[in-house]
Ligand binder design. Structure first.
Ligand code: NOJ
Ligand code: CA
Length: 687
């Protein structure tokens, strides 16, 4: 790590009193794109500002805390010390959207001390990147203060414009809302408190969840989130429509008077603002992972990115059930072998089986994560999969009974390890036990982080559903592979509000996806599935379902449809068979938040490229310049594109598949239908 002394401009604004009290500390990003200023008010209250070029993005925004066991900490400070560092390093992702990640920022550390009373100390650390800013509070070890019971964090983001905002409500229980697009001043989260499609929901304030993304008339793109959420509670952002200010509003608990309990010394998660000139650069930004600590696991080679199929969509369609009592049990030995055979034939290396263990019916006494239903021979299935070169993916649904799960986790992980099962999908649907805790509070943040550490000891990777939001912890614990944490494909199978609208994923790519990998479970070919659910459907074309394998990133990608639906469509299935899951490079070629996005990714092992382009309910033509391809190399590009009459509702299955030779100087126009897309495999010629 390269440490340099930075140029910190120290302006003494006023000559009275302590010279430190009225200093403005200014730090620029490495290329000077962003400028951070920090200052204390007359009363000694800390505040900051962020500028991008000539515009003020975040104006005077105060910082502070309230506690249940101590006086508020937000005023009466002096700057006791400041220091600066500069870092320019490259680290490697064991799996990811790219191999090499550049981590280049200038850091400003401000050490504050109260001038009277308890003379408490608090540091604020800013990391200024060219594509955004992260800052966090440090509570150093100090005399007379050992435990902080945080009632509320008061971090402000005082915005200067009424941005177009892409948001979901600040729900303490779930992120599975459709995205709303309004001006910031029109955010009205309380309108969504009664939501018939959500198994648990609690929206106490006019607040939004993060990442929340905003677009300005001048082309500025902003996204607010947090990084390294460890031993703290999740942060929602309260919106003040009058002043256009966002204020931190931490998720609480009904069981304690506080929202966060920590012993000193400790640091809060990073509060982040990504700031770019266009939508594509938001996706390309690595700010969130960069703000996390380096890999703490010695070896992660036991986890291999993969595609997977499984007993899942058929459950959501109602073809079969999780429980046995219905007489239509899905997770039978025979049915699982059918998915294993199909996967082995189609370059899909994993099979998820939901409903394998007892506890799905109310009279079965809860889940134990060990006992298979009598028609599911776990050992036999594992052995069969191994013979076929396929790995089983374990399923642990808790129904929110976390207390029970914690008691059984060691045994459940040990069983998996003994069977050689390397990954688990966990689920936390419904209200929690212990009662009074919320899905996004400190209790669950700790549960998820402790689970990942425990799982690593058993060489197990986790895909969590109804999780805490991703804040980049995969850098520190790369066995935290993916998660849901959004309105996933499942809503298309049963939601009473028509499922995920065509604009959903063109918004998700610029909001939820900025936080990390998504287990969206793409690849539904039987778009209307009238045989099972005449009133539901997927609201995209089949070509868009293919494009999602590239656009939506996850190191495990599900081929979610039923075996028979794939077998009826061998030509589009070829794309799922070919597409990579682990990337050396990612290029976000174009996009507009909520409208469309085109991403190309280069596969690590082969050097082949894959491209995905998706659009909302509007049809459009996308120009693609293939200048990102390797020089002196021809490729066979196979395009899976919307047919001339394709339309997400009227004609979703209209797809055209054609191949042509392309190279670095090629250019193509992709015609995307309403709710459509285009997927391209770009395979090196001569190999
Ligand atoms: C909700 C999860 O998101 C879904 O994928 C899963 O099938 C069900 N819970 C049952 O565990
Ligand atoms: Ca879910």
């Amino acid at each position: 790590m390269k440490k340099l002394t930075l140029l910190v401009v120290l302006l003494v604004l006023m000559a009275c009193g302590s010279s430190n009290r009225h200093s403005v500390l200014v730090t620029n990003s490495p290329k000077g794109t962003l400028k951070l200023s920090f200052e204390l008010s007359q009363e000694g209250s800390p505040f900051y500002r962020v500028e991008h070029g000539n515009s003020v993005i975040v104006d005077t925004s105060y910082l502070g805390f309230e506690f249940t066991n101590a006086k508020a900490l937000h005023t009466n400070f002096i700057i006791a010390n400041t220091s600066t560092t500069s870092v320019d390093e490259t680290w490697q992702m064991p799996w990811g959207e790219q191999l090499d990640v550049i981590n280049n920022y200038n850091e400003l550390r401000v050490e504050l001390e109260e001038t009277s009373g308890l003379t408490r100390k608090m540091n604020i650390v800013f990391k200024i990147y060219d594509d955004g800013i992260g800052f966090r509070y440090e509570f150093p070890e100090q005399d007379g203060w050992t435990e902080a019971l945080i009632k509320e964090e008061h971090t402000e983001f005082n915005l200067t414009k009424d941005y177009k905002t892409f948001w979901i409500p600040g729900d303490w229980e779930i992120y599975e809302h459709t995205y709303k697009t309004t001006q910031l001043s029109q955010v009205d989260a309380l309108k969504y408190v009664n939501h018939p499609n959500l198994a648990q929901t609690y929206i106490p304030e006019n607040a939004v969840n993060t990442p929340v993304t905003m677009v300005g008339d001048d082309g500025i793109h902003l996204s607010f989130h947090e990084a390294a959420l460890v031993d703290y509670s999740g942060m929602t952002l309260k919106v003040d429509p009058e002043t256009l200010t966002l204020k931190s509003h931490l998720v609480g608990s009904e069981n304690t008077g506080y929202k966060v309990k920590r012993n000193l010394p400790f640091s809060t998660p990073w509060r982040t603002i990504q700031i770019t000139n266009n939508a594509a650069d938001l996706i390309a930004s690595n700010l969130i992972v960069n703000l996390n600590e380096p890999n703490k696991l010695e070896d992660i080679s036991w986890f291999k990115p993969k595609k997977y199929s499984g007993i899942w969509w058929e459950l959501h369609l109602g073809k079969t059930t999780w429980d046995m009592a219905s007489g239509r049990h899905g997770a039978t030995t025979e049915n699982t072998k059918r998915y294993i055979d199909f996967s082995a034939k189609n370059n899909i290396n994993g099979v998820l089986v939901e409903g394998w263990n007892t506890g799905w019916s109310q009279d079965e006494g809860g889940f134990d994560f060990i006992t298979p239903y009598p028609d599911y021979d776990l050992k036999n299935v594992v052995q069969y999969a191994e013979e076929k070169g396929v790995e089983l993916i374990m399923h642990h649904e808790t129904f929110g009974d976390v207390s029970r799960y914690i008691q059984q986790q060691d045994t459940a992980y040990a069983l998996m390890q003994s069977l050689g099962i390397k990954s688990v999908k966990s689920g936390y649907v419904f209200k929690l036990k212990p009662e009074g805790e919320y899905h996004h509070g400190q209790f669950m943040v700790n549960h998820h982080n402790e689970s990942v550490i425990k799982a690593a000891k058993h060489q197990i990777a986790i895909n969590a559903h109804e999780p805490i939001k991703d804040t980049g912890l995969r850098r520190t614990y790369p066995n935290m592979i993916t998660r849901e944490g959004l309105r996933g494909q499942e809503f298309n199978a049963w939601a009473e509000d028509g499922g995920n609208p065509p604009e959903h994923l063109p918004i998700v790519a610029f909001t939820r996806m900025l936080s990390g990998p998504i287990d969206y479970t793409p690849g539904i070919f039987n778009i209307k599935f009238d045989q099972y659910k005449p009133n539901n459907q997927v609201n995209t074309t089949i070509a868009q379902q293919l494009a999602l394998y590239v656009v939506i990133y996850s190191p495990i990608q599900m081929a979610a449809d039923l075996v028979e639906h794939y077998e009826a469509n061998p030509r589009p299935l070829q794309f799922i068979k070919d597409v990579g899951v682990d990337w050396e490079t990612t290029k976000v070629l174009n996009g507009q938040v909520g409208d469309y996005v085109t991403i190309a990714r280069k596969e690590r092992q082969t050097g082949n490229w894959f491209l995905g382009s998706i659009t909302d309910e509007n049809r459009r033509s996308i120009e693609v310049n293939f200048d990102f391809l390797d020089a002196n190399q021809d490729y066979i590009a196979t395009l899976y594109k919307d047919g001339k009459n394709a339309h997400w509702d009227d004609n979703p299955l209209d797809i055209e598949i054609e191949s042509q030779t392309i190279n670095k100087s090629s250019k193509l126009t992709l015609n995307l239908a309403e709710g459509g897309g285009c997927a391209i495999s770009i395979i090196k010629k001569g190999e």
